[in-house]
Design a protein around this ligand. Structure first.
Ligand SMILES: *[C@@H]1O[C@H](CO)[C@@H](O)[C@H](O)[C@H]1NC(C)=O
Ligand SMILES: *[C@@H]1O[C@H](CO)[C@@H](O)[C@H](O)[C@H]1NC(C)=O
Ligand SMILES: *[C@@H]1O[C@H](CO)[C@@H](O)[C@H](O)[C@H]1NC(C)=O
Ligand SMILES: *[C@@H]1O[C@H](CO)[C@@H](O)[C@H](O)[C@H]1NC(C)=O
Length: 694
């Protein structure tokens, strides 16, 4: 039993131990980590600086923890160490330099857990002075200077600079504190050489002071280029020039010197030691010559300019007259304005047209005349003397087309009193064309047509139809002088309608049934005229006709009573004004035979009446004394006069004539039952007598 207990307790306790062991490995906490720079953050060059990294870690375990330290500068790890020591991690930076300037940070990692310190900035000041060394202080021209520059003890990336006479000459980027270079100096004489350097940091850089300066002498090489030109003055174009280019005779030092002779960018000759060249010089060439010598890396040059006088200037080609018309005479004049009279007389100069033209003949020196072509042509000319030829610039001759006889016409219609347009147009002729409108040969207006789409239109108004023919126009496309004239304007002027007159035949009072009636419409104005005859009260015209004349007629056959009414007409022509005529009242009267029938009937009735009366009188003669008698007769009756009376009483009473209408005489009879009969429209001076007897 006791043994069992012991065994159990032993097992349990061994379990406990093993658990504890696990705890010892893993139970810890990183409480803090800090970084410090000793002796300080701002230090001078050569200070011994220590980077201290202090980590505070709480742990319950007995076994030490494995700590991994990591120190970085400007984001890049510069040192790392794994230790189980609890002591601070020290990272020495002995003899710090400017390149140590930067941001430092420490990081600790334990079993996957890590913590970073704050960033500390170390600032190191003071660069060591650069040291310049040269191989030689005496150089020959063309020889390179070998020099070195040292930044003692400096570290990091360094840019070295070399200066000649204060100007930067060469630069070199290295990761050491020392650089060697070789470069040529700018020329003979004394030169001051210096160097400096720049330590490149992130993100900026620091420049050192300049080194001490070294004086270098460059000895000039005793070879000199010699350029001889003959002749050098009063050189005219076409003259022969002899040119020599070479090393000065006193020079014997170098075995080989290359010689280059050039004019402008054109290399004329090259060779060794000396070259000769002969050439004919032309005025248009840039007469500047260069003689260049090259020996090793040394080059020397000399230039000379030779002023060349023109023998004669480039000719100019001109034309007279300034504008020329097809097939008309023109002159082309070719002339060199300046001639070097010392060398050349103007007789020595010859001129020609280029390309050669058959139609142009040289009439005088440089004057070519002939008829212009019909098409555009490019001419140029050449002047020639002493084997020198010069060509003028191109002269483009564009012969104009003469304007053709213009045509004058009316646009649309000419109406008296209204503005209208007159067009003047030439079918041919180069633009611009000036058109002038004249009235009775006096200028009215002028229009210039510049592009084909334009037209010469003139606004005018005429008040008399005969005036239209007095317009005439002129077209011209010449600078001066008259142009062709058009003919007189041949156009009809439309006279607006006026004075409409409607007449009828026979004249109104004499219109009887069955007869024919002729309407005559006449008007003043220009035909064609559209006539419309209306009867009042009707919308539609009775009669419409477009007449080629300014009058028309219209007939109604077999008039009936219904044709009575008021008639008028309206007329219209191209002037578009509607005019209305006078109105005529038509009253259709009874036909002759009807009148006769009625007349006879009346007469018969009268006879019957008379007979009856006579009979009555005779039968009553005994009873009553007194008798009546009636007779009516016109003093000068006319056959076609109308007299209508209805007599319905046995014993009518007649009055003497009353209400005489001026111009007419009328009679009126009053009948007892009130019926009234009138006689109107009787011819004047007709008298009637009425007598009554009882
Ligand atoms: C810096 O450390 C070096 C040894 O690494 C020592 O010789 C020198 O004296 C120290 N300089 C200063 C200023 O402490
Ligand atoms: C160049 O011309 C000179 C005379 O002007 C002559 O003495 C010399 O030999 C010539 N040189 C060459 C390379 O033709
Ligand atoms: C004339 O020369 C001009 C250019 O200078 C060219 O555009 C034109 O086409 C030439 N005309 C003729 C007819 O050759
Ligand atoms: C009618 O027209 C003619 C031309 O056809 C003209 O001569 C005449 O004057 C015109 N008559 C009137 C009254 O206008």
């Amino acid at each position: 039993m006791g043994l069992l207990l012991l065994l159990t307790s032993m097992l349990l306790s061994s379990d406990v131990w093993s658990l504890r062991g696990v705890d010892a490995q893993s139970l810890f906490a990183i409480r803090s980590i800090s970084l410090s720079l000793e002796p300080g953050e701002d230090v001078t060059r050569d200070t011994n600086v220590t980077v201290r990294c202090t980590a505070v870690v709480s742990t319950s375990g007995l076994q030490p923890l494995s700590r991994e330290y990591n120190i970085s500068k400007d984001g890049t790890t510069i040192y790392s160490k794994t230790t189980s020591s609890e002591e601070d991690l020290l990272y020495p930076l002995p003899h710090v330099r400017v390149s140590h300037t930067g941001k430092y940070m420490c990081k600790i990692s334990i079993e996957g857990k890590s913590q970073k310190s704050e960033v500390r900035r170390l600032r190191v000041t003071g660069l060591s002075p650069p040291v310049l060394q040269v191989e030689k202080t005496m150089l020959s021209e063309g020889e390179e200077l070998k020099a070195s520059c040292t930044a003692p003890g400096e570290t990091g990336v360094i840019m070295f600079y070399f200066y000649e006479d204060g100007k930067e000459k060469q630069e070199e980027r290295v990761k050491t504190d020392h650089v060697e270079v070789a470069f040529p100096l700018s020329g003979p004489g004394h030169h001051t050489i210096e160097c400096s350097y720049r330590v490149l940091l992130t993100p900026d850089s620091i420049l050192s002071e300049k080194s001490h300066s070294v004086r270098i002498s460059v000895r000039e090489l005793p070879f000199v280029p010699v350029l001889d030109i003959f002749p050098q003055y009063e050189v005219y174009e076409g003259d022969q020039l002899s040119i020599s280019c070479g090393v000065q005779d006193t020079y014997h030092h170098f075995t080989s010197v290359s010689v280059y002779l050039s004019q402008g960018t054109n290399l004329l000759q090259h060779g060794q030691t000396k070259v000769n060249h002969t050439m004919k010089v032309l005025a248009r060439d840039a007469a500047e010559f260069e003689c260049r010598l090259a020996a090793g890396k040394v080059e020397k040059a000399v230039t000379k300019a030779v002023p060349v006088t023109e023998l004669f200037s480039v000719p100019t080609l001109t034309m007279t007259p300034v504008e020329v018309f097809q097939k008309e005479l023109m002159k082309l004049i070719c002339k060199s304005d300046e001639v070097a009279s010392k060398r050349l007389s103007s007789e020595d100069l010859t001129y020609s047209i280029d390309p050669h033209q058959m139609h142009l003949v040289e009439k005088d020196r440089g004057v070519f005349s002939g008829k212009a072509l019909a098409v555009e042509f490019n001419y140029s000319c050449r002047a020639r003397a002493k084997n020198i030829e010069k060509q003028s610039r191109i002269l483009t001759v564009r012969p104009k087309v003469a304007v053709s006889v213009p045509k004058i016409s009316v646009v649309d219609r000419a109406i008296i009193g209204k503005p209208f347009k007159i067009r003047c147009k030439s079918d041919n002729g180069s633009l611009p064309i000036n058109y002038t409108l004249m009235f009775k040969y006096e200028v009215v207006a002028m229009v210039t047509v510049k592009v084909p789409s334009e037209e010469a239109l003139f606004n005018v108004t005429v008040y008399k139809s005969e005036d239209i023919n007095k317009f005439i126009c002129e077209a011209t496309n010449r600078r001066s002088g008259l142009g062709p004239l058009s003919g007189n304007l041949d156009a009809t002027v439309i006279e607006p309608l006026s004075l409409p007159l409607l007449t009828v035949i026979p004249p109104p009072p004499e219109i009887t049934e069955g007869s024919n009636l002729i309407f005559i419409c006449s008007i003043r104005g220009t035909p064609p005229v559209t006539f419309k005859v209306y009867r009042s009260g009707y919308d539609l015209p009775l009669f419409t006709k477009t007449s080629a004349e300014n009058n028309t007629s219209f007939e109604i056959h077999g008039l009936v009573k219904d044709h009575s009414g008021t008639y008028y007409f309206e007329a219209l022509n191209h002037a578009n004004n509607i005019v209305r005529s006078n109105s005529i009242k038509i009253e259709v009267r009874l036909a002759m035979w009807k009148k006769l029938v009625i007349g006879s009937f009346c007469l018969l009735a009268l006879c019957v009446l008379v007979v009856v009366c006579v009979l009555c009188y005779k039968t009553q003669r005994g009873k009553k004394k007194g008798a009546s008698e009636l007779s009516v007769k016109p003093a000068y009756p006319k056959s076609d006069e109308t007299l209508t009376m209805n007599l319905t009483h046995e014993t009518p009473v007649y009055d003497t004539p009353t209400d005489a209408v001026p111009g007419y005489e009328g009679i009126e009879g009053r009948v007892t039952n009130g019926t009234r009969a009138s006689v109107a429209s009787l011819p004047p001076n007709t008298s009637y007598s009425v007598s009554a007897a009882v």
